[in-house]
Design a protein around this ligand. Structure first.
Ligand code: COA
Length: 439
């Protein structure tokens, strides 16, 4: 059979494809913009035919119906990153969360920690040789395809072909479902005066010729807005968003100073608007690789002047960074934060910087304003970036440089960049904590 005959013989509807899922299976699907929505919907519609199907994935942009209480006997969510649509099943007791560095996910799949019965993916239409591209999300998708007992593929006419380690032959798919719907888009974040000030503080740390990693949330985009006058910036980042396209078009990003993948932007998934996806489609400058390569700290470290920019929820006096939990509540996941913090620390020429940037305060659901810089982290919260790994912490009020500093110095610097409304109480807490004056 040639590939076209193979393709035709495996074509079916999404409803037919999900008949291959059996009770007790583990189903993994591509995440974020790569989520195969029609297959996921068909699986949930077919719920009454399954019991105890385990579902795992990283970032979800979908509805996450398989986590709803009415499906708790059919599906059990065992996620690697939580979000708005998947979080509540943890509190309701019928889902669970696996703490995992993103770069280790493919290895854990290979080693059998996450055995996959069914992998569901979204790919581009095949090229003349029968190869489809996993497009916007190579990360663990490629390993999932290689390790799963069964692969269900949505061939979406809207999925762009992205160059790099993204190509899969149609013969690898057990079932093929043709679809055509626009990719999910993430609205551009709102950048107010606080984010602008944080962006400016971060920009002051970024030298020409730096290679950047940009994390999730509004802050990394706010930083990008402030980099328009820089030169020879490069990208080696788990994900990129629309802000990178602006900087490329303004000439600030050209990758010319990169020490590996010179002149290329290295990424493992995309998360933005159609403008970003169109920019990356068949663009020789984009090198999409799997997450065990892109997020591997030893690979990241081969970039000179590597700068990672990530956000967090809370930082304590010692510099312990909480980014993925609010007290005992699992809020997101470590993702690639620690991968890049460590990679930047090991950066080739010793000029790497790991920046954790956040607004100094936030509003709680009940309307009370709280400081994100605290003497002690909340009861039950998990440390994401440890006090041994932390480097720069940035708020709208300034920059604290913590690496190599003792505990009192760290706390003093952090209080200086805390919101002024909280500095007095933080100074009192300093006195109690260290039995010494803060001044
Ligand atoms: N206590 C209680 N609530 C807090 C809080 C705190 N200390 N800090 C923030 N919050 C609340 C906010 O008020 C907000 O609530 P809302 O959703 O009701 O508005 C919510 O938590 C999210 O905060 P926000 O600052 O808007 O988040 P963000 O979208 O900028 O994302 C992180 C920030 C830290 C959650 C996100 O960057 C993350 O998940 N990081 C971990 C993974 C990572 O860094 N990966 C990097 C590679 S991709």
């Amino acid at each position: 059979m040639n590939w076209k005959e193979t393709y035709e013989s495996r074509k079916c509807t999404a409803q037919e494809a999900v008949q291959g899922i059996k009770s007790g299976d583990r189903v993994v699907f591509a995440h974020c913009v790569g989520e195969p929505k029609e297959l996921v919907t068909a699986m949930v519609d077919n719920a009454s035919n399954y019991r105890d199907v385990t579902i795992s994935h990283m970032v979800s942009l979908g509805e996450g119906k398989y986590t709803w209480p009415e499906y708790k006997d059919n599906f059990r969510w065992d996620g690697w990153f939580t979000g708005g649509s998947t979080r509540s099943c943890l509190e309701q007791g019928h889902g669970d969360f696996v703490p995992v560095f993103f770069h280790e996910v493919p290895k854990l799949i290979r080693q059998g920690h996450f055995p996959i019965d069914v992998m569901m993916v979204m790919v581009s239409p095949p090229d003349d040789h029968g190869y489809c591209s996993v497009g916007v999300s190579a990360d663990y998708t490629m390993q999932g395809i290689q390790s799963a007992k069964m692969v269900l593929a949505e061939v979406n006419s809207e999925m762009p072909v992205i160059y790099g380690d993204t190509f899969v032959h149609v013969s690898e798919f057990d079932k093929i479902v043709e679809t055509s719907y626009p990719l999910a888009e993430i609205p551009l974040p709102k950048i107010g005066p606080v984010e602008e000030a944080i962006g400016k503080n971060c920009a002051s740390l970024i030298e020409d010729g730096s290679t950047l990693q940009l994390g999730i949330g509004a802050i990394p985009d706010a930083v990008l807005y402030q980099l328009q006058d820089k030169k020879s910036l490069g990208i080696h980042s788990e994900m990129i968003s629309d802000g990178v396209v602006d900087l490329y078009e303004k000439g600030a990003i050209d990758g010319s100073a990169k020490t590996i993948h010179n002149r290329k932007m290295v990424v493992t998934f995309l998360m933005g608007t159609k403008r970003l996806y169109d920019f990356c489609a068949k663009n020789p400058m984009i090198e999409m690789r799997t997450v065990d390569y892109v997020n591997n700290p030893t690979v990241i470290a081969q970039n000179s002047k590597m700068v990672s920019i990530n956000s967090c929820l809370q930082v304590d006096f010692m510099g312990q960074v909480v980014s993925d939990s609010i007290g005992i509540k699992q809020f997101s996941g470590v993702g690639g934060q620690v991968d890049f913090v460590r990679g930047a620390a090991m950066s080739l020429d010793g000029k790497g910087k790991a920046i954790i940037a956040m607004p100094s305060s936030t509003l709680k659901k009940d309307g009370t304003r709280i400081s994100k810089i605290v003497p002690y982290i909340d009861h039950g919260a998990a440390v994401t970036t440890s006090r041994n790994d932390v480097d720069y912490v940035v708020t709208e009020f300034g920059i604290a440089q913590l690496r190599g500093r003792n505990l009192k110095d760290r706390a003093r610097q952090l209080i200086e960049i805390a919101h002024p409304d909280f500095r007095e109480e933080l100074e009192k807490a300093f006195q109690e904590r260290f039995n010494a004056s803060c001044k």
